[in-house]
Design a protein around this ligand. Structure first.
Ligand SMILES: Nc1ncnc2c1ncn2[C@@H]1O[C@H](COP(=O)(O)OP(=O)(O)OP(=O)(O)O)[C@@H](O)[C@H]1O
Length: 300
């Protein structure tokens, strides 16, 4: 395979991280930005692999998702952003087949996620919010069950588990119970479990939460390679810098509705994604109304 300067930069970064040199700053890698831009244009020409149509979820009177329609192309990396309580987890959990929609439809390729769950779930890998792992199992056992439950042949599971453990830097922890893992390690084993059946679409709720900067760079690399191989990633994150850097598409959700979506460049429209997000969500006045907190103490 022909190596590009981008590959070389990424390799140097990964190697220096592995040697324990100064960890690369998560916000640095220009290669990802270039790659995301190129991908954004190219992916739009690929077929749509995941589609939500008028996806709606009501919790009693609360409208948590309101007619959310998103199209994800094969080979694209889509970020879902929005303020706390906007509906990101609700939308991602409906896509993953974990939270039944009140109305609307989700298809992966042409398979309806809620009409044919088992078939759809073979195509989807999920990292849910508030990850609940069978934490009395060891990492190796968890990967084994994730693999066989998704229909992977036993002979392949051990090999894939080894590869994933190595990719996520978990080899030394594989024989320890998952309950003893740190939050970041649990996130990584959860990601590995989401990938063991080689899905076409990864649906990841806050995959970078609790992950250290070196590991974040490593996970970004793994996900970018997955996308470069034709897979698609849909992930939520509160880090707009990260979304701008690694994603080629983005959807902004506010109060359950998608208020902007498209390529990252189209949505940010010449300013940073963070600036655009502030404008769209009008959060500039945060902190106003707390004068009592900033003044002298109550006991004065
Ligand atoms: N099981 C539930 N029952 C009732 N309301 C719920 C339930 N789950 C979520 N909600 C409500 O739905 C809305 C959307 O929640 P959701 O978790 O999808 O937001 P989010 O964008 O993921 O938020 P955050 O960024 O804080 O994780 C919120 O108002 C939340 O309180």
């Amino acid at each position: 395979m022909t190596r590009t300067p981008i590959d070389d930069d990424l390799q140097t970064e990964t190697e220096s991280a592995a040697r324990g040199a100064t960890p690369p700053r998560t916000e640095v890698p220009v290669p990802s930005v270039q790659r995301a831009r190129e991908r954004g244009a190219a992916a739009e020409r690929n077929p749509v692999v995941l589609r939500t149509e008028q996806l709606t979820k009501r919790y009693g009177h609360l409208l948590a998702a309101a007619e959310v329609s998103i199209a994800v192309h094969a080979g694209s990396f889509t970020g879902i952003v929005g303020p706390n309580g906007a509906g990101k987890t609700t939308v991602l959990s409906m896509i993953s087949g974990l939270n039944r929609p009140s109305s609307g439809r989700i298809t992966v390729r042409d398979i309806d996620v809620w009409a044919d769950g088992p078939t759809a779930k073979r195509l989807i890998g999920t990292l849910p919010d508030r990850l609940r792992l069978f934490d009395r199992l060891t990492g190796a056992q968890l990967l084994y069950y994730a693999g066989v439950l998704h229909g992977v042949e036993e002979a392949s599971v051990a090999e894939r588990a080894r590869d994933l453990a190595q990719a996520f830097g978990l080899e030394a922890a594989l024989d320890r119970p998952v309950s003893d893992y740190s939050a970041g390690m649990q996130k990584k084993i959860g990601l590995a479990c989401a990938m063991i059946h080689a899905p076409e679409v990864l649906v990841l709720d806050e995959p970078f939460e609790a992950i250290d900067p070196v590991s974040a760079s490593n996970v970004t690399d793994i996900l970018e390679k997955f996308v470069a191989g034709g897979g698609s990633v849909v992930m939520s994150s509160h880090s707009l810098e990260l979304i701008q850097r690694v994603c080629d598409h983005v959807a902004v959700i506010v109060d359950g509705s998608v208020i902007a979506q498209g390529t990252v460049d189209a949505v940010r429209d010449g300013v940073s994604l963070e600036e655009r997000f502030r404008h769209l969500t009008q959060v500039d006045d945060a902190g106003n109304g707390l004068a009592w907190l900033h003044g002298s103490s109550d006991s004065d």
